[in-house]
Design a protein around this ligand. Structure first.
Ligand code: UT7
Length: 333
């Protein structure tokens, strides 16, 4: 019997309506549209507004979008949902449980994976094991974040890059060589000092003092993170090419984490790819953390063809990073 691969067979996405432009940021902090565009490539990002609106709202909208493209699929068919998020609706229960309830996935079990900006890649690999072993036939992988909920809009070096959004993919078994072929995943916890949220966890629970000290927001040492991201995202992308004997001309698309256009360009150059082969929507959505990779696939889905060789690459807090090689399984419409 040929090997079972986990193939992505449908994609969904959702971004909130509210557009936070660089011009609006200029009214909130000491910055300029020119600085933000030249240093990051970002022009605008989406923000989820409204009372009690969390990451699950966007995830459910993305799942509904996916179901709208697959009339043959019923919510009860989903056996497992794994959610990659850094901004769960609540500390517990897992946002995956909330999503399953709201989306009517009555037969699914689920849990969250926390790996910052590499969370979607980690989750894709984790979820694919359930398909490869034959344990499940229909698994949903969701990646999404409401980054605006942990953003200090007085911190001009950090807040300008993040936005809100969510995407999802359906994994099903494939025995003809298509699907998720390989992944290289890495982590180095010593990098946590450079990118983290100081308070709100068990080490430093919320108090009046932690709130007053703004410790519930993202803390990022941008330049240091940038240096690690440029090197590691490029290294791991080159490594997955070598391991799978892929030359630049064999690769149809690079799907990079959207943190900074300069990091994306460095990865692309290291892989020897032309700019047209890179999925990039950072200009419009900014860095949606766990949402970036599925939102790219969601937007590019109509252009994807069966047999396309796709490399996904990410770097994020932890530090965590990795690359995944997919042989795309269907023609997008
Ligand atoms: O997705 C997870 C992983 N995260 C990343 O991959 C992010 C990696 N880091 C970055 O993308 C960049 O470091 C940032 C975009 C976050 C910041 O850009 P940078 O070029 O590293 O800026 P910087 O923090 O080193 O600041 C350079 C200068 C400073 O001024 P001085 O000290 O040189 O006078 C800052 O005060 O730019 C200033 N600056 C700004 N000026 C206008 C910082 N932020 C801004 C701003 N507008 N928004």
């Amino acid at each position: 019997m040929s090997k079972i691969h986990a193939a992505i067979t449908a994609v969904g996405g959702y971004v909130p309506d509210y557009v936070l432009t660089n011009q609006e940021l200029e009214t909130m902090m000491d910055t300029t549209d020119e600085w933000i565009r030249s240093r990051t490539g970002i022009r605008e990002r989406r923000i989820l507004k409204g009372k009690d609106m969390g990451t699950s709202e966007m995830a459910v909208a993305a799942i509904k979008n996916l179901f709208s493209k697959r009339p043959d699929l019923k919510p009860e068919d989903i056996e497992l949902l794994i959610c990659a998020t850094t901004t769960p609706d609540m500390q517990f229960p897992a946002t995956a449980n909330v999503i399953c309830d709201k989306a009517g996935l009555k037969n699914a079990w689920g849990y969250d994976i926390s790996a910052a900006c590499s969370g979607f890649l980690y989750t894709l690999t984790t979820a694919s094991q359930f398909i490869e072993t034959g344990r499940h036939k229909k698994v949903l992988v969701v990646g999404g974040d409401k980054m605006s909920s942990i953003m200090n809009y007085e911190d001009r070096a950090t807040s300008i890059i993040f936005g809100d959004g969510a995407g999802c993919v359906l994994l099903e078994p494939d025995e003809s060589g298509f699907g998720i072929i390989d992944s290289v995943l890495r982590s180095d916890g010593s990098g946590r000092v450079h990118l983290h949220q100081k308070a709100g966890g068990s080490m430093r629970p919320a108090t009046i003092e932690t709130v007053m000290a703004k410790e519930h927001f993202v803390y990022q040492e941008g330049q240091t993170v940038f240096k690690f991201a440029v090197k590691n995202m490029a290294d791991v992308s080159a490594e997955i090419m070598e391991r799978n004997h892929l030359m630049a001309e064999d690769i149809t698309w690079l799907v990079p984490h959207q943190a900074n256009k300069r990091i994306i360009d460095a990865t692309r150059e290291r892989m020897g790819l032309a700019p047209e082969k890179v999925m990039m929507n950072i200009e419009r959505f900014g860095n949606t953390t766990n949402g970036t990779l599925p939102l790219c696939m969601w937007e590019w889905e109509p252009k994807l063809r069966k047999g396309d060789n796709i490399v996904l690459a990410a770097f994020g807090g932890g530090f965590t990073w990795g690359a995944t090689y997919i042989c795309w399984a269907y023609d997008g419409k």
